[in-house]
Design a protein around this ligand. Structure first.
Ligand code: NDP
Length: 301
């Protein structure tokens, strides 16, 4: 596995891992082609949020590169909730569509929960439907877990991190990252079995928790909030954060930064993800994997 040991922690190379994972997905797709099935991911984008358009474009490109059918349906911001639900209904009934992803955030007049609960759980490759959320918590493996925390768990496994019995501290309790991350790590079984603490904005003395972590996973959306003094020497540090900060040395005047003060923390940690190039690339790779699983399950059903 690619690594850099010149100063402190070994780097987790999310780009290389995601490439590996996408190659595995492409092999699974080829096997499905032989059985007459082309896995299909349909992404629905409502409105013209610039960041969402970039994510959606990347998802479509990645699914096509893996040999899947990747469609994007672009709807105007004025689309009504009923019209969106009707589209989801159509996609639910379309056998060529194995995965449905409605890109968030939606315009303010549409209730995201109404849309998410309308997607058939078997096609909810984002893993946000309450049925999939429940399966994750129970420990059933026939649902879909959200892509970013699944990507983190995959990284830990591929880098041989011992999770069993480890103190795992998750900073952040969002529905898309923090809560499912905690749920994954607390399950019994391989890649999990950790003792999990979840911290959030109301946590008293955050550092007293983070300093105990063998595995520290940060998803707070606060640039460089985790400093070296908050990290136990030798800890594994996973930085989910993606924050745009000012940087006069770049052409755009900004750059991407994680939630971890990378330069300082890498001197203390044993293994660390950079931003960019860490968790980010894993998310789309896991989305492709979930879509292939959805297609495989239609054959097994
Ligand atoms: P949310 O804003 O939904 O959640 C942030 C969480 O962090 C909340 O639970 C909040 O607590 C907690 N938090 C905020 N400030 C602090 C603090 N000072 N101390 C302790 N906890 C704090 O964000 P997301 O979970 O959606 O995303 C988190 C970060 O991860 C963002 O930077 C986002 O861009 C990035 N991200 C990256 C992805 C990737 O693919 N790499 C995918 C998804 C997200 P409370 O609940 O009390 O408000």
């Amino acid at each position: 596995m690619a690594s850099d040991v010149t100063s402190g922690a070994r780097l987790i190379d999310g780009v290389a891992l995601a490439r590996e994972l996408r190659a595995e997905v492409a092999a699974d797709v080829a096997a499905l082609h032989e059985r007459g099935v082309t896995p299909g991911l349909t992404v629905v984008l409502v409105g013209d949020d610039a960041a969402s358009a970039v994510y959606v474009g990347a998802k479509e490109k990645a699914s096509r590169e893996a040999g899947m059918a990747g469609d994007t349906i672009r709807l105007p911001a004025s689309t009504t909730q009923n019209a969106l639900l009707a589209l989801v209904e159509t996609l639910n009934g379309d056998p060529s569509v194995h995965g449905i992803l409605v890109q968030m955030p939606l315009p303010a007049h549409i209730d995201p929960d109404a849309v998410i609960t309308h997607i058939r759980p078997e096609k909810d490759v984002d893993g946000f439907h309450p049925v999939n959320v429940g399966k994750l918590l129970i420990g059933h493996t026939d649902g879909f877990a959200p892509c970013t925390p699944s990507g983190v768990q995959h990284m830990l496994a591929r880098y041989g991190v011992e999770t069993r019995g480890a103190d795992c501290v998750v900073v952040g309790r969002s529905t898309i990252v923090g809560k499912p991350m905690a749920a994954l790590m607390m399950q019994s079984g391989s890649g999990a079995d950790s003792t999990v603490t979840v911290c959030h904005s109301r946590t008293r003395d955050l550092a007293s928790h983070t300093r105990r972590a063998d595995i520290l996973i940060v998803a707070a959306g606060r640039a460089r909030m985790i400093t070296a003094g908050m990290v136990k020497p030798g800890a594994v540090v996973i930085d989910v954060g993606m924050n745009r900060i000012a940087d006069a040395s770049t052409r755009s005047g900004t750059r991407l930064a994680g939630d971890v003060d990378f330069d300082a923390v890498r001197k203390v940690a044993s293994l660390i993800t950079p931003v960019p190039g860490g968790v980010g690339p894993m998310t789309i790779a896991m989305l492709l994997r979930n879509t292939v699983r959805a297609a495989q399950r239609t054959l097994d059903a």
